[in-house]
Design a binder for this molecule. Structure first.
Ligand SMILES: *[C@@H]1O[C@H](CO)[C@@H](O)[C@H](O)[C@H]1NC(C)=O
Length: 209
């Protein structure tokens, strides 16, 4: 008995799509969720889903913090979706800083490739760990903890940071406090900061109220 051609073709195609479970390239046309993006159809996946060129160029550091974070998270780099990892580039000009921040979704490992960076984190017992890192040095920042990076040299510093999540998130503490409409009174009550300082920082970071 002969199998109809379409059955043979379907079997052939499904055998050759058996690697679909190896990865889940993000379909950026559908929303992100707690479990990541939906998977792009395997037949639509190309090598370019697994390659990202966006970290080749320096980020623009002409800003308040004199620094740039260029992410290659799932939203920019669909190939990392579902793989439990991602990467970003840090450019920090002389005098620049990546202000105190957290990545709620993942731990971070940083490798300095140019210049000097003073980096540190604060653990949940409020113990502080910081160190000046040189080219080639690597430091880890455990998931969810507050941390920072400061240019500790006289020229631009560059680092690559990798995360244990395709979407680690980034929340900068000063922006959370001072770049939104949370009323000054509430910030003063909950942080013990003087109201004039809060107003000043809201002015700098674009907050209101
Ligand atoms: C960098 O950002 C500044 C401020 O937004 C802008 O004026 C400047 O044109 C940007 N430079 C480049 C090379 O994009």
């Amino acid at each position: 008995m002969y199998l109809p051609l379409f059955v043979v073709l379907t079997l052939f195609v499904s055998l050759y799509s058996a690697n679909a479970g190896d990865y889940c390239v993000a379909d950026l046309n559908l929303p992100d969720g707690p479990a990541g993006y939906s998977c792009k159809k395997p037949s639509k996946v190309t090598v370019d889903d697994f390659v990202y060129h966006g970290l080749a160029a320096a980020g623009n550091t002409s800003n308040l913090i004199k620094a740039a974070v260029t992410p290659a998270f799932a939203a920019q780099f669909p190939g990392v979706n579902g793989l439990g990892l991602s990467i970003a580039r840090l450019d920090i000009a002389a005098g620049g800083v990546i202000p105190m921040h957290t990545h709620p979704g993942g731990s971070e490992i940083l490798a300095v490739i140019q210049g000097q960076i003073c980096a540190g984190f604060i653990d949940s017992a409020n113990d502080v760990y910081f160190k000046t890192l040189n080219k080639g040095d690597v430091m880890v920042f455990p998931q969810g903890l507050l941390h920072f990076q400061i240019n500790a040299g006289k020229s631009t510093a560059i680092a690559f940071v990798s995360f244990s999540s395709p979407s680690p998130g980034l929340q900068i503490t000063d922006y959370a406090f001072f770049a939104n409409g949370l009323p000054t009174d509430l910030i003063a009550t909950t942080t013990f900061l003087p109201k004039d300082v809060i107003k000043k920082l809201k002015g700098v970071l674009g907050g209101t109220n």
